[in-house]
Design a protein around this ligand. Structure first.
Ligand code: NAD
Length: 389
């Protein structure tokens, strides 16, 4: 087949803007959901943002259940517990409310509640998703409260397999939420560390999608504008969490990153996934740590693209200028420069490094990296990020 030749998928209805959470009862009615399961995480469940949202449901006379046993980097036992509550409560849809962890887990509960095979049978490999009974997947309303993963506009859920300590991506087209309420007011309470980490996750999605090989000019365009929004708004949201315009622009950038990364991701994620699974680090912050090392590693393959990107962003100095801008952004957000800054007391022997490299080269994102990942070059990359070279 001659180029251009590609496949493009576009996401779902997004109701965007401050205060739009008030529309939740109407959205449930129009989606035909009478008894939703509200899935969130235990930290959020304690915050007024959840109490206020549940009051909207109470006031509208909606009957619902709540499930909040969701770890950051959720695991299979969280999923099994959520599926049991969904089935026992006779629920007919899910409100996935939170950051990527609660959104993914909520989406996976809606997906798995109607299946009778293990979740690992639906990994994002070839056409494994066709094994699922699509008619049994419950509708999902997604409400992000962080601005990073973009899971609200995605068709996948990430879950850690505790037996193998690996993060797995579970995919089905019907895991795409039917409606998203992207209300930046819900993200105002995010503490600076989470604001920084999630924002850098959105940036990593845009950067890796833009650098991934393949023909997808729409994803490229979305990624480039997503990066502009991050450069201009993430430091503002970090400095002043109540800056609603900055919060709104970051919520857009997050959805844009996840729209763009259907083109592919790369080595930032291939390394971040094993580190997250083995050390339970924050996903976006881990991406942020690896970013400059992967950028330097990919330089020869991406320099021309990065120069074009820099021109759009108004960054002078070509590739070096862009690399400096990334370092400056990380510094403003207090991202640790080296991996031991992220994982306190980190001691990695050769066996552990080899395990991480083995996991990285088979990670589903590895194929999107513009330079082929091998065990040898991943080990070098890992050493660079440990030593800060
Ligand atoms: P998270 O969902 O793990 O949340 C991190 C912390 O922030 C939690 O303690 C949570 O309670 C808190 N929090 C969330 N919203 C808040 C708010 N408004 N105010 C105060 N505290 C708030 O973090 P995340 O970065 O959004 O998600 C990470 C997860 O998403 C990882 O498991 C990662 O693998 C996954 N992920 C999924 C996709 C996808 O496409 N599905 C993409 C990237 C990452």
């Amino acid at each position: 087949m001659t180029e251009p030749f590609s496949k493009w998928n576009y996401p779902t209805t997004v109701l965007f803007g401050a205060g739009r959470i008030k529309e939740l009862p109407d959205i449930l009615a129009s989606a035909g959901i009478a008894n939703p399961l509200f899935v969130t995480d235990p930290g959020l469940a304690q915050l007024p943002v959840v109490a206020k949202t549940l009051k909207l449901l109470d006031d509208a006379g909606v009957s619902y259940g709540v499930f909040s046993d969701v770890k950051p980097n959720p695991v299979e036992s969280n999923l099994n517990a959520g599926v049991k509550i969904f089935r026992d409560g006779g629920h007919d849809g899910v409100i996935a409310f939170g950051g990527g962890s609660a959104l993914d887990l909520g989406k996976l509960v809606a997906f798995m509640a109607g299946q009778n095979r293990p979740v690992w049978d639906f990994e994002d490999i070839d056409d494994w998703w066709t094994r699922a009974d699509a008619s049994a997947i419950a509708p999902i309303i997604a409400v992000p409260t962080t601005a990073g993963t973009g899971s609200e506009v995605g068709r996948a859920g990430v879950i850690t397999n505790e037996a193998t300590h690996t993060k797995k991506v579970i995919f089905h087209p019907r895991m795409l939420p039917v409606t998203v309420i992207a209300d930046p007011e819900l993200s105002v309470g995010m503490p600076p560390f989470i604001t920084a980490g999630t924002g850098m996750d959105a940036f990593a999605h845009c950067l890796e999608a833009y650098c991934a090989p393949g023909y997808h000019p729409m994803a490229d365009g979305i990624a480039v504008e997503g990066m502009r929004l991050v450069f201009e708004n993430l430091p503002k949201a970090y400095e002043n969490g109540k800056d609603l315009t900055a919060r709104a622009n970051m919520m857009s950038a997050a959805a844009m990153g996840a729209t763009a990364f259907q083109k592919g991701l790369g080595a930032i994620h291939s390394l971040s996934h094993p580190i997250g699974a083995l050390y339970d680090t924050h996903h976006g912050m881990t991406n942020a740590v690896f970013m400059p090392y992967v950028l330097a590693f990919n330089r020869d393959a991406v320099e021309e693209r990065i120069v074009r990107l820099s021109r759009y962003l108004g960054i002078k100095g070509g590739f070096n200028g862009f690399a400096k801008a990334v370092l400056k952004l990380r510094k403003q957000l207090k991202v640790p420069h080296k991996l031991p800054g992220l994982i306190k007391g980190l001691e990695m022997d050769d066996k552990r490094k080899a395990l991480i490299a083995d996991m990285a080269v088979v990670d589903p994102t590895a194929g999107g990296n513009p330079v082929k990942l091998t065990k040898k070059n991943v080990l070098e990359l890992l050493d660079a990020s440990i030593e800060g070279k």
